[in-house]
Design a protein around this ligand. Structure first.
Ligand code: NAP
Length: 303
């Protein structure tokens, strides 16, 4: 099946292009980007032009930042194409609900992806936690925004989500693996004085679960989750790719390279099955943090 990739920036080039090249299901048939291209692939600068010129393209995969994404998503669905959304699936919850309704009305598949849920150890962690009682959970998600989002000013604009852009990956794992659903009970958000989105956040959830997100971590990066249960301790490290039980290695693989191939395989399954996959529970937690969060002003941030 043919697909078009829209928004040729960091994640499109780092992950989508190699995952599609290795996929038995998908062929990269076109790109849409104002300046980005992929060698050897027909390039458009406007999605409307691509949709008109290439009726043979069945899937549109959007790698734009969340704020400019809705108009492109709507155009693709209105043109009867299946649609795959990078995380977070939109700038607001209501716009993603609107897309889900539109996909259903058009009879096409919509996939709101969460790449971290495809990390090597997530399914194993979910299986291990099933039936256990969580006594405490600690999430530490600290990374260097200059390394992972070089010069991406959009991330600190309204709708860019700031530190929740990576933090929502942790929340996508949390909402997938817990035996019982959680909800947020408190939050503290640190906004640089010259920016519109937080650079750090501390969150509290039901089930005695807490999260510490920070975009200012230099040196080694930390993407860890620890759960203390009535039957031992589980740790997920490397963004959900490695698992430890009671301090001992228990599987997984220290590589993020399995995540996007798994997303494209799942997209193919959705299209073949004629269904959609739109779970907004990670984004609900972020929205609740903005609703309930206490706001601190911290020092200016420049890339
Ligand atoms: P990026 O490098 O800034 O790329 C996004 C591309 O979208 C840009 O290169 C730009 O290409 C296009 N674009 C169209 N309208 C834009 C606008 N108003 N502002 C900025 N760019 C615009 O961003 P990215 O890191 O690839 O992130 C894109 C999405 O992927 C985000 O939702 C992010 O959460 C997700 N993601 C990123 C990473 C990561 O490590 N960076 C990892 C996983 C997921 P043209 O100028 O050519 O149009």
């Amino acid at each position: 099946m043919k697909l078009a990739l829209v928004g040729i920036g960091k994640i499109a080039l780092d992950q989508h292009v190699p995952a599609i090249a290795a996929s038995p299901d998908w062929e990269l048939a076109a790109t849409v980007s104002r300046s980005g291209t992929v060698e050897g692939v027909e390039a458009f600068t406007r999605i409307e032009d691509m949709l008109e010129a290439r009726p043979d393209i069945e899937l549109v995969s959007l790698c734009l930042p969340p704020v400019p994404r809705f108009a492109a998503a709507q155009a693709a669905l209105r043109a009867g194409r299946h649609l795959m959304l990078e995380k977070p699936p939109g700038a607001t919850l209501s716009e993603v609900h609107a897309l889900a309704d539109l996909a259903q009305a058009q009879g096409v598949s919509l996939f709101a992806t969460w790449h971290s849920r495809m990390a090597h150890a997530v399914a194993g962690a979910k299986a291990w936690l099933a039936g256990k009682t969580i006594r405490e959970g600690r999430i530490t998600w600290r990374e260097d925004v200059r390394k992972w989002h070089p010069g991406q000013d959009w991330i600190f604009e309204p709708g860019g989500m700031g530190v929740f852009d990576p933090g929502i990956n942790a929340l996508s794992i949390l909402t997938e693996i817990l035996p019982d659903p959680v909800h947020l009970t408190g939050a503290e958000l640190d906004f640089p004085a010259n920016r519109q989105a937080p650079i750090a956040a501390r969150l509290a959830f039901t089930q005695n679960i807490s999260a510490d997100f920070d975009f200012r971590q230099e040196g080694p990066q930390t993407w860890d989750m620890e759960f203390f249960t009535d039957a031992g301790k589980l740790a997920l490290r490397m963004g959900g790719n490695v698992i430890e039980i009671d301090g001992q290695p228990a599987g997984g693989e220290d590589s993020i390279m399995g995540e996007y191939p798994a997303l494209y395989a799942r997209m193919a399954e959705l299209v073949r099955g004629g269904v959609s996959d739109v779970d907004l529970s990670p984004m609900v937690q972020v929205s609740d943090a903005f609703t309930l969060g206490r706001r601190n002003i911290v020092e200016d941030f420049e890339f």
